[in-house]
Design a protein around this ligand. Structure first.
Ligand code: NDP
Length: 302
């Protein structure tokens, strides 16, 4: 299979490309910066990978069986009005370009699958409600971003199978929220954040990569699929399991302001949060490698 990937140089994309390459698929890395991508995927380790800046995206997409769309400006930053605009526009612009290129590809050389990222922020935040794929969208800023992001992907022609993955907070070793939280927890000696009652819908990096990979192949993976582990936890539980996994079981609370200092307003994802269940992935029989946060954290921190 030939797969074109936007956001391939990011936290999730890097691992996905490594996996696709290891399994002998042809990969096109669609990037804004060829030089950055060449450092991440050096030719000696990734022979045969094609790296293309925007002008080359058309040829890559036309020669691909599938496209994975992961690009977007990171949300863990300070949210000025200009940055909020860019967080949204970066996702809409890339998704729109990918969709146009797929729709305008001639039959015969046209990708048949689009796997496009979105986020559990779609549902808004709540300490009490439980969300699945059929739940309505929330009414905060991230919900609005996700609605427009998904709406853009939905413009892909109907003969292209579209899987929209609403991703939870991805836990992995060298990136994402956890990489930023761990040093902070070390400084403040860890402990729950705020009330600790907020829900944290997480997924291990291996599982989100496997889910995206499965969606490339399996025709049953279509429409909205929550990319979250089956056992979301309250923040107090996450912090306590993190303490155990780091060998520091009794911690003091980390002040919210400290988390905001490292995650910016993107900290709302952690400080507010939502309980999201992967109902569709379970119906599809997706085999979660890490259904429990304890095992996920131990595998990451060992
Ligand atoms: P990263 O931030 O690690 O990488 C995203 C990639 O998007 C970058 O490598 C970059 O690729 C591209 N990018 C960055 N800024 C811009 C911009 N201004 N305009 C266009 N492209 C840009 O993301 P993740 O791998 O963590 O996540 C992938 C997707 O999944 C993202 O869209 C994210 O919102 C979503 N998601 C992630 C979650 C997580 O916990 N990680 C949770 C929920 C959703 P390049 O420089 O090569 O163009």
């Amino acid at each position: 299979m030939t797969v074109s990937v936007t956001g391939a140089t990011g936290f999730i994309g890097k691992r996905l490309v490594q996996r696709l390459h290891a399994d002998n698929h042809n990969v096109c890395v669609l990037t804004r910066s060829k030089s950055k991508a060449e450092l991440i995927f050096p030719v000696k380790n990734f022979p045969g990978i094609i790296i293309a800046e925007e002008a080359g995206w058309k040829d890559c997409i036309q020669g691909s069986n599938a496209v994975v769309n992961l690009a977007g400006m990171p949300i863990s930053t300070r949210w000025s009005l200009a940055i909020k605009k860019e967080i949204k526009e970066s996702r809409i612009k890339v998704t729109s370009k990918v969709v146009d290129l797929i729709n305008n590809s001639p039959q015969g050389v046209r990708p048949t699958v689009l796997v496009s990222a979105t986020a559990v922020g779609y549902y808004g935040t709540s300490e009490t409600r439980v969300f699945d794929e059929s739940s309505p969208s929330g009414n905060d800023y991230l919900a609005e971003v996700c609605r427009e992001w998904e709406g853009t992907a939905l413009k892909v022609d109907k003969d292209v199978r579209l899987a929209l993955i609403r991703i939870g907070v991805v836990l992995g070793k060298d990136g994402g929220a956890l990489a930023k939280m761990i040093p902070l927890f070390e400084v403040f000696a860890g402990g729950p954040l705020g009330s600790g009652r907020q829900w944290f819908s997480w997924i291990h990096l291996d599982d989100i990569v496997n889910l995206i990979y499965e969606a490339l192949y399996n025709p049953s993976y279509k429409g909205v699929i929550n990319g979250t582990a089956p056992n979301p936890v309250r923040l107090s539980e996450l912090c306590s399991q993190l303490g155990n996994a780091m060998g520091r079981p009794s911690w003091l609370p980390v002040p919210d302001f400290a988390l905001k200092a490292v995650l910016g307003e993107g900290a709302t994802v952690v400080l507010e949060g939502q309980k999201v269940l992967p109902v569709k992935a379970k119906e599809l029989g997706f085999p979660f490698k890490y259904p429990y946060v304890k095992d996920a954290l131990e595998s990451i921190l060992k």
